[in-house]
Design a protein around this ligand. Structure first.
Ligand code: SF4
Length: 321
């Protein structure tokens, strides 16, 4: 039986603009104010990134009671509820908000439609911090559905003013199926003009759709908590290609590659390229002789940093990439 011969890289893969910005906010806060900088929840769902920032002096917490008075606090890229925001303000922290602007856009839309009397059906994964943050924009009136079965069970107080919102990192195909079920049950439902699933999630899934049929196995670099990384692995498997997700090169198992000549490689939006490079090295050691990239969209999205961290006098920190 032959072994691995070629690595094919998905394009685009890895860091999105929201992740890049969130990490830079922590790095710049460390450079400007010094350690410790407190971060509510993992800044992005990646073990390597979190460990690198911990080593530089970031302290990751879940409960604001763990943060000392007067400290600098960063909200993670996933966003926070109104209650968390209010508590952080009441405790007097100096706050930098690393919520991805595409998540904030969803929060703003929820607040606007709620003022017009809308109730919401949110498509998302229970317990994910982004879902908690978005649902926590309102005291009541947001109902979570995780799948088509949930759509049959949901009980809004009225059906005249009902709107759909989604988590930004869902499977595009699953979300479309659930949204269709919502539409069937509530024909008057209002759907977002542009879907809430973000450009990075969409592009990475499109790239896996292109990659998957051309390879014998797909490896996704991403942490188990990363929603968009999990969706990439699932998507490759649905397309009939065996797929594994790894947090680092050390998790690769030689037996996965037996009899598989072409290895497709991608990375979730929170996984740095340095981990992809390590995975490539490890697969080369297993016999891969060539590495090529698929053609794909070039992403140019970039988000501005918050006020107070844009100053030119902050020495440019060494950025994780
Ligand atoms: S995956 Fe999308 S929503 Fe999440 S941080 Fe990246 S750009 Fe923002």
């Amino acid at each position: 039986m032959g072994g691995v011969n070629q690595i094919v890289l998905a394009e685009p893969r890895g860091f999105c603009a929201g992740v890049d910005r969130a990490i830079e906010i922590v790095e710049r806060a460390l450079a400007k104010f010094g350690a410790p900088i407190y971060v509510r929840h993992e800044i992005v769902h990646n073990t390597y990134v979190v460990n690198e920032l911990k080593a530089k002096g970031a302290v990751f917490i879940e409960d604001l009671a763990e943060v000392p008075p007067g400290a600098t606090l960063v909200f993670s890229a996933h966003g926070v509820s109104k209650a968390v925001e209010a508590e952080a303000q009441a405790r007097g922290f100096s706050i930098f908000d690393a919520t991805c602007p595409l998540v904030t856009k969803v929060h703003v839309e929820v607040a606007k439609l709620a003022r017009e009397g809308y109730e919401f059906i949110m498509i998302g994964h229970k317990g994910h911090p982004e879902v908690e943050g978005t649902m926590g924009q309102l005291d009541h009136g947001i109902h979570l559905v995780e799948d088509v079965e949930d759509v049959a069970k949901v009980q809004p107080a009225q059906t005249e003013k009902l709107a759909v919102v989604t988590q930004t990192t869902l499977s595009v195909d699953d979300a479309a199926e659930i949204a269709a079920a919502v539409r069937t049950r509530f024909p008057k439902v209002r759907e977002p003009k542009q879907q809430d699933i973000c450009y990075a999630t969409q592009n990475r899934q499109d790239a896996v759709k292109l990659l998957s049929p051309q390879v014998d196995i797909v490896i996704v670099v991403g942490s188990p908590t990363s929603s968009n990384s999990n969706r990439l692995r699932e998507l490759a498997e649905r397309l009939g290609t065996p797929a594994h997700m790894v947090d680092s090169a050390a998790e690769l198992k030689a037996e996965w590659f037996e009899g598989r000549a072409r290895v497709g490689l991608t990375a979730g939006a929170s996984a740095p390229e340095v981990l992809v490079a390590e995975v490539i090295e490890r697969i080369r050691a297993l016999g891969a002789v060539s590495v090529r990239s698929m053609p794909g969209i070039e992403e140019k999205t970039k988000f501005p940093l918050p006020k107070g961290l844009r100053l030119d006098d902050i020495p440019p920190p060494q950025h994780i990439s």
